[in-house]
Design a protein around this ligand. Structure first.
Ligand SMILES: C[S@@+](CC[C@H](N)C(=O)[O-])C[C@H]1O[C@@H](n2cnc3c(N)ncnc32)[C@H](O)[C@@H]1O
Length: 233
């Protein structure tokens, strides 16, 4: 039997962190943020956006304990998760394959890998109503361990940040990252007002050095800037 199978979750994480240091993959460095001192969180942002655009339909991809899904006040809510929470027991891929509804606000917070988040975002844009807004959680890992694949940290953003870089160079999507609660991406289907070019199309292979050098180019903003960004045509 594999050692990783019989270890507790925290010991498995310890082992993976140790391995990353021994095999030379680990990249040191820490972002200058602390999430537990920020006043607002992802639920506050989602609620604010729902109020600003008068949203009547909300889709959440990845619901877990429903901590956010239950807190959101919206006329029609659909929550998708293959394991727990929400209203639809399915993976996001299976949900989007059969879904016929459209939504005003979509929160992408399912499987935290670049490949899955990228597909979840592309599928979300296909079912986003005109004037709608997409939010995505976990865009700002504080250190290497938080973003490593496989998960080796209790606070796990995965490599969602790679999808953020990819969408930042899409001319038809405007995106910012709100600096709270592990980084909440906010995306609209309209002209990109901060178009970037990162000289790569291979986002999957970017490493944490790249993230540390360039994360401010993702377009960081504060909670108080959300209204202007949402209203901007
Ligand atoms: C970080 S949790 C979601 C937390 C929740 N949105 C919140 O803010 O409280 C991630 C969830 O994504 C779910 N998940 C994993 N793979 C998924 C997939 N392919 N499609 C949809 N959800 C997935 C997991 O079961 C887990 O419950």
């Amino acid at each position: 039997m594999k050692l990783s199978k019989i270890l507790s979750r925290s010991n498995r994480f310890r082992l993976l962190r140790l391995k990353s240091r021994l095999n030379g993959k680990y990249i040191p460095g820490e972002l200058p943020f602390t999430w537990d001192t920020t006043i607002y969180n992802r639920s506050a942002v989602i609620s604010k956006v729902i109020g600003l655009i008068g949203a009547t339909s909300y889709l959440e991809i990845g619901c877990f304990t429903d901590a956010v899904f239950k807190a959101i006040d919206c006329k029609h809510k659909v929550g998708v998760d293959p394991a727990r929470g929400g209203t639809v027991r399915a993976t996001s891929d299976d949900f989007f394959a059969s879904n016929r509804e459209t939504f005003d606000v979509i929160f992408v917070d399912g499987l935290h890998t670049y490949e899955q988040v990228r597909v979840d975002l592309l599928n979300s844009f296909k079912v986003l109503n005109e004037g709608g807004v997409i939010l995505m959680h976990d865009c700002l890992p504080l250190n290497y361990d938080e973003q490593a694949i496989p998960c080796q940290s209790k606070a796990w953003t995965g490599d969602v940040w790679k999808a953020a870089f990819e969408f930042k160079q899409n001319p038809d999507i405007d995106m910012r990252i709100i600096v709270l609660d592990h980084g909440v991406g906010i995306l609209k289907s309209c002209k990109n007002t901060q178009l970037k070019s990162f000289s790569t199309d291979n986002f999957a292979d970017l490493d944490f050095n790249f993230f540390q050098q360039k994360y401010e180019e993702l377009g960081l903003m504060e909670y108080d800037d959300v209204e202007d960004f949402v209203r901007q045509k």
